[in-house]
Design a protein around this ligand. Structure first.
Ligand SMILES: Nc1nc2c(c(=O)[nH]1)N[C@H]1C(S)=C(S)[C@@H](COP(=O)(O)O)O[C@H]1N2
Ligand SMILES: [Mo]
Length: 188
């Protein structure tokens, strides 16, 4: 049977809270989610516009680079791929920079955002995401280490060349695949 726990991870049943800085309290009515950079049709969506789009539910395992993994997280939200299709990435767009509250950023290849279980998530276990877990809206990229899943997300910019975000500038990996143990910049 295929291994479910990536190398050197340990399973937890609680849901740890982990982030740099304090928890922002964001009113969904004030939120806008913008997609820009190398796209032909930049988007800026309100909460109501996001909620009117097709909603998807996924059940996924999450893996933090500090070593904990948590199975069977049921997230719901809007598929990032659906929004990218509307924004129409230009041929040169190959990477994304994700922007969150308080200046937090993270980078990842555009191809990783196109997977069907990658969401702008607003709910977990059928309940609105708590502020400490990134509510009202977070990115959720289950197949990469969880630092790529920016909490309190408000923007996505497509770029041609990969640009390190907050943790990546501190030495973390540009992609962060837990199955290849891409924790730090010198790992494969
Ligand atoms: N905006 C923001 N998002 C962030 C972080 C952060 O510091 N700021 N930390 C990341 C890290 S390292 C992890 S493991 C997850 C933790 O999410 P959780 O607190 O919901 O478990 O959020 C990620 N998203
Ligand atoms: Mo993490």
């Amino acid at each position: 049977m295929a291994e479910r726990l990536p190398p050197n991870q340990r399973l937890v049943t609680n849901w740890p809270v982990l982030h740099y800085g304090s928890v922002p309290h964001i009113d969904p009515k004030q939120l806008r989610l913008a997609i820009g950079g190398l796209v032909d049709a930049p988007l800026s969506l309100s909460w109501d516009e996001l909620m009117a789009l097709p909603q998807h539910e996924v059940t996924v395992d999450i893996h933090c680079v500090t070593g904990w993994s948590r199975y069977d997280n049921r997230f719901s939200g809007v598929r990032v791929a659906d929004l990218l299709a509307r924004a129409q990435p230009r041929p040169a767009a190959a990477f994304a920079v994700v922007a969150s509250a308080q200046g937090f950023t993270t980078n990842l290849p555009l191809a990783d955002l196109m997977r069907p279980d990658v969401l702008f998530a607003h709910s977990h276990g059928g309940q609105p995401l708590a502020p400490e877990h990134g509510g009202p809206l977070r990115l959720m990229v289950p197949h990469l280490y969880f630092w790529k899943s920016a909490k309190w997300v408000h923007g996505l910019d497509l770029v041609a060349d990969d640009e390190p975000g907050f943790w990546e500038r501190a030495g973390y990996h540009m992609r962060g695949d837990p199955w290849q143990e891409q924790r730090f910049q010198d790992d494969v």
